[in-house]
Structures are given as structure tokens and as C-alpha cells.
Design a protein around this ligand. Structure first.
Ligand SMILES: Cc1cc2nc3c(=O)[nH]c(=O)nc-3n(C[C@H](O)[C@H](O)[C@H](O)COP(=O)(O)O)c2cc1C
Length: 204
């Protein structure tokens, strides 16, 4: 099932067809595919090549570790995390290794790395759902996360599942068209808030 973006102008199918499923299938994600996701993240761009991203990873190949990591997601996310074959927590190292100075863009870089992973996953028919809803204190304690490292976001990855395995009203929600603000609310020229003057009418 695809929930392709209705774009104002064409974009690459990998981006248009990406969406965040709640339902995951029980089909295993091959270990080499999991590695390719991590490798894609590793090759992301970063400020001064600081590479501040870190990932705690568990897959359903190891049910005990998967359950341990899944338990770090909030109640709301418990509806999907147990079935996601791959579960991760993305973390950011707050300072540059080279001189210990604060890396203002560390969290930005972690987002880039996760997006690299998302695109790689999409290319293999995998679906990704990211999660703000995680128990940060529990993750810090459970995985001995040191000072100077920020726990950022949960990541659930698997093959998309049957929406009807979810409870109402989620099956309908899983099929609804995806929406976005128009470009004119997002892209400016002249001053903040003034629509970029290069936008054709159909993008407004
Ligand atoms: C940083 C981030 C945090 C998110 N947190 C959650 C979450 O805790 N639970 C959840 O079900 N979805 C979460 N999502 C998924 C978003 O709701 C979803 O990406 C958004 O509705 C847009 O849908 P789309 O990804 O299908 O385009 C999160 C997404 C991102 C990028």
C-alpha cells in the first residue's frame, strides 16, 4: 500500500512514496539490509564531518534485546513498536571530538543521518516510523548513555503491514491522504514570512 505524496511538481519516487506506517508486517528484515541502513546513516553529511550520530539498535532476530529496547517507547508507541523488525534510538554527541567545543548542529546532523537511513530503507521497500515518544530517562539508565550525549528519537523499521491489524480508527487513518503546508508558507524571499517569489501559482 502506498500513500504517495500529491506534489505540486514531480519529486523523486523514493521521496514521494515514503510514508510512516503504523502497521508493520512480521516479515524479517535481512541482517545485511539492516547493515545497509546503518551504512547509509554513516555516509551522511555533517558539520565539520563531526559525525555526531549514534544508534542503539535491536532487531527481532534477538527477541530479548528487541523487547528491552521496545520497552523504552511510550505507551502510545507500544501499538506499533513490538512488530517493527528493527528498532533504534538515535542519539547526538553534543560536542566536537577534535576540541570539545559545543556542536550547535549535532542534532541537525543526526536528523540528516536518520533521513539517509529512511531513504535507503524506502529503496528496499521498508517503512520507517520515527518516535518522539520515548522514555529518555529509561534509555539513559538502561543503556548507560554518558553525559554529553543527547537521546534524540526512536526509529521503527519494517516492511509495511496490513492496516486492518490495527484497532479503530487507525485502519482508516492509515489510508488517509498525507497532507503538507503549501510551499508559500515554508519558503521565503525578501523577509521571513513573505512567500518565495520564484513559486509558480500551482505551488501556493
Ligand atoms: C521526529 C519525529 C518524531 C515522531 N514521533 C512519533 C511518535 O512518537 N509516534 C508516532 O506514531 N509517530 C511519530 N512520528 C511520525 C509522524 O507523525 C509522521 O512522520 C507525520 O505524521 C507525517 O507522516 P508521513 O511520515 O507519513 O509523511 C514522528 C516523526 C518524526 C519525524
Amino acid at each position: 500500500m502506498h500513500r504517495k505524496a500529491q506534489t505540486a511538481v514531480p519529486i523523486h519516487p523514493l521521496l514521494a512514496e515514503r510514508w510512516s506506517s503504523r502497521a508493520f508486517s512480521d516479515d524479517p528484515v535481512a541482517p545485511e539490509l539492516v547493515l545497509s541502513l546503518l551504512e547509509a546513516a554513516r555516509w551522511s553529511a555533517s558539520c565539520f564531518n563531526g559525525q555526531p550520530w549514534r544508534f542503539i539498535v535491536a532487531t527481532r532476530d534477538d527477541p530479548e534485546q528487541h523487547a528491552r529496547l521496545a520497552a523504552c517507547f511510550t505507551t502510545s508507541n507500544q501499538r506499533w513498536v513490538p512488530r517493527a523488525w528493527v528498532v533504534m534510538i538515535a542519539l547526538a554527541v553534543d560536542t566536537f571530538e577534535v576540541d570539545g567545543s559545543a556542536n550547535r548542529l549535532a542534532q541537525y546532523d543526526v536528523g540528516l543521518a536518520v533521513q539517509n537511513m529512511v531513504v535507503q530503507a524506502s529503496a528496499h521497500g521498508l517503512n520507517v516510523r520515527q518516535a518522539a515518544g520515548i522514555d529518555i530517562a529509561r534509555i539513559r539508565a538502561e543503556y548507560a548513555v554518558p553525559e554529553g550525549v543527547t537521546v534524540m528519537c526512536g526509529v521503527m523499521i519494517g516492511y509495511p503491514g496490513d492496516p486492518d491489524t490495527l484497532v479503530d480508527p487507525l485502519p482508516q487513518r492509515e489510508r488517509q491522504p498525507r497532507t503538507r503546508k503549501p510551499l508559500s508558507e515554508l519558503c521565503f524571499s525578501g523577509r521571513f514570512g513573505q512567500a518565495y517569489d520564484g513559486l509558480p501559482d500551482e505551488t501556493r
